[in-house]
Design a binder for this molecule. Structure first.
Ligand code: GLA
Length: 649
């Protein structure tokens, strides 16, 4: 992956541009408005396959030629989509076996979008033909800045259970396990009469009478992520062959999208890009946004990344689609930039008039230019111009949080001690506690390099490889500080229990031994000896070198501290508010907030460039806050309620 290959001289600003939904007369108007707003990058053609190839093998690029030429004349660069995210109706009609099939055997029909099986040879061939045509035609077009492969891979169909997928799954299993003996061993098929004697006896984990083999489910999750990755790679290889100098990306969906192992996808991208939408019904959206940025930056290896989509205001796909308040779009956009995005793009440029997304906000709203939205869009363009010096700088963080999609898939399998143990629960709790403490967290994969951080958070790392267990032990022994949450270190990569007492992978490091889990009933809480309350999970935990720093009222340790080598390993064996614990751990580890003394609800993130630092201050509160210094956004040392400052410092 190259550092930042998009040829722009400032931060990227723009969005998905779908001119095919509008008459050509509107296109000139669009380009005029884009110039007015300072838009310099738009994603074109994301859902254009049916118009680009109206009949099999007959391509119509005339309209796209005109769009690209107009954009070029207007000085707007193009992130050109390969348009493969939604095959046209003729394709589905000609290839009914390309339609995806659900877990319980239902076919998903066209009429929405993305109705294809990722393993379908017909889909892959048709997609490759389209990409070949597009890349041949637009190679060398001066507007072309980047390729946008497909769109949000797996957004609607991340796993397909059809017979074509079953055959592909068997091929994948052969590559992973080599022979049936190894597969039988890994899957533990001695259990419940599941032993396989022939490869063609194996199917995707389709709806069954009761719990499906967990390792079969886990391998199918791995396979499904890899299958879509193979679709991406196939497109990228064509693009690299025909346009070797044009970077290729596809837009991820961080942080809550579970089906794709983005840490396997990331090294395959030239630019890491993601989409993020607020979900106010699911908790504080500022926390979710920050987690998205921190994870995306982790996927980019700490380098700048690109916010490919967010919304100017409401979306259309939630139960209740809340509009953003004045200033919120700006604050959201700059919060992404604070966490490493070198730009802010939206879905979409002009709000649609027809179709399922007509109530989704856009940069040009239905109301037109005479609107608060448009004025805010123009003002944001000015802000992003002022922030041009930020481009290429990197976020500074002293804390790492380990994130592993395989562990996510595995910890949420069925037939576990408690359905209330979910992956993102502790991930979000740890991350939120440090967000509130003003501490920036880098999200990293367990098998990447994180030994240089002052503190490492290990939430819900249920599945853990020997290599990771050893790396964590080495890290602490050499003087690091680590915090591990309950139900971590339980199984190996085949989902087999690590024996000898829980948590098998981390027993020695944590200095504890657990003979039995004691999950709580739904809604049940227990008091701890400091007066706080915990829920969901407790353990019969025996100290084996560690010291209890918090206990249940019956004396069982709930939080432990273990001095190990030159470092310290903490264990939170119950579901508690981790803020007080993490405050103490940060103090011991010497981790400081970005700007000490900020009021609650004021976020600060530091980016470091070759010529100095930029401290983003995002004021989510209803009161002004004083932050002296030179503000790139032209502020006077006070960040008003809902405002943002970017200080040189
Ligand atoms: C996704 C898609 C877009 C659009 C938006 C709406 O991010 O990529 O095409 O549907 O959602 O929020």
């Amino acid at each position: 992956m190259t550092a930042w290959p998009i040829a722009l001289d400032r931060l990227a600003y723009g969005g998905d541009y779908n001119p095919e939904q509008w008459p050509e007369t509107t296109w000139r108007e669009d380009v005029r408005l884009m110039r007015e707003a300072g838009v310099n990058l738009v994603s074109v053609g994301v859902f254009s396959w049916a118009l680009l190839e109206p009949e099999p093998g007959r391509f119509d690029f005339g309209w796209l030629d005109r769009v690209l030429d107009l954009l070029h004349e207007g000085g707007v660069r193009v992130d050109l989509a390969t348009a493969t995210a939604s095959p046209p109706p003729w394709f589905s009609r000609a290839h009914p076996d390309s339609l995806p099939v659900t877990f319980d055997g239902r076919t998903l029909w066209p009429g929405g979008r993305q109705a294809y099986c990722p393993s379908s040879p017909a889909y892959r061939a048709a997609a490759a033909r389209l990409v070949e045509q597009l890349a041949t035609r637009y190679a060398g077009h001066p507007a072309l800045a980047m390729w946008h492969a497909n769109n949000e891979y797996g957004c609607h169909v991340a796993r397909c259970y059809c017979d074509v997928s079953a055959a592909a799954f068997r091929d994948w299993l052969r590559r992973r396990h080599r022979d049936l003996d190894a597969l039988n061993e890994a899957w533990g098929t001695a259990f419940w009469s599941q032993h396989y004697s022939r490869w063609d006896e194996i199917n995707p984990p389709r709806q069954a009478p009761n719990f499906i083999n967990p390792t079969q489910q886990l391998d199918f999750a791995r396979f499904s992520s890899d299958e879509l990755l193979a679709c991406f790679r196939a497109e990228r290889e064509i693009l690299r062959r025909l346009t070797p100098d044009v970077p290729v990306t596809t837009n991820f969906m961080t942080p809550a999208f579970k089906p794709l192992d983005y840490f396997r996808w990331a090294p395959e991208q030239d630019v890491i890009s993601t989409d993020h939408y607020l979900r106010p019904a699911e908790g504080d959206p500022n926390l979710d946004l920050a987690l998205s940025g921190d994870l995306t930056r982790g996927l980019a290896g700490g380098a700048p990344w690109l916010l490919m989509e967010h919304s100017t205001s409401a979306v259309n796909w939630q139960e209740r689609n809340l509009a953003k308040r004045p200033g919120q779009m700006r604050r959201n956009s700059l919060a992404h930039v604070a966490r490493g995005s070198d730009g802010a793009l939206f879905f979409q440029w002009r709000a649609s008039r027809r179709g399922a997304e007509k109530f989704h906000s856009g940069m040009v709203p239905h109301a037109g230019e005479d609107s608060r939205m448009w004025r805010e869009v123009v003002a944001l363009g000015r802000d992003l111009e002022r922030l041009a010096p930020v481009r290429g700088s990197r976020v500074v963080a002293e804390v790492a949080m380990l994130w592993d999609y395989e562990s996510w898939w595995a910890v949420e399998l069925d037939s576990h001690p408690s359905a209330d143990v979910t992956y993102l629960d502790r991930v979000r709790a740890f991350h939120a506690a440090l967000w509130r403490a003003g501490v920036t967290v880098d999200v990293v994969h367990p098998e990447h390099e994180w030994s240089g951080y002052q503190l490492v958070l290990v939430p819900s790392l249920y599945l853990v490889s020997d290599a990771t267990a050893e790396a964590l032990e080495r890290y602490v022994r050499m003087g690091g500080h680590a915090v591990v949450s309950y139900f971590s270190g339980i199984v190996d990569p085949d989902d087999a229990i690590r024996l000898g007492g829980y948590p098998g992978a981390f027993r020695e490091l944590l200095g504890v031994r657990v003979e039995e889990f004691r999950p709580l009933a739904a809604g049940e809480t227990v008091e701890l000896d400091d007066g706080s309350v915990a829920s969901v999970w407790t353990e019969d935990l025996r100290l084996d070198g560690a010291r209890a720093v918090m206990s249940h009222l019956d004396g069982r340790p709930a939080v432990t501290r273990h001095e190990y080598g030159d470092g310290v390993a903490w264990y939170a064996a119950t579901r508690l508010d981790p803020a007080p614990l993490l405050e103490r751990v940060c103090a011991e580890a010497g981790v400081e907030p970005v700007l000490p003394g900020l009021p609650a609800g004021v976020e600060a993130v530091r980016r470091r460039g070759a010529d100095g630092d930029f401290v983003f201050v995002l004021n989510h509160t209803a009161g002004a806050v004083a932050v002296p210094g030179e503000d790139l956004l032209g502020g006077d040392g006070t960040v008003p309620a809902g405002g943002v400052a970017v200080m040189r410092g």
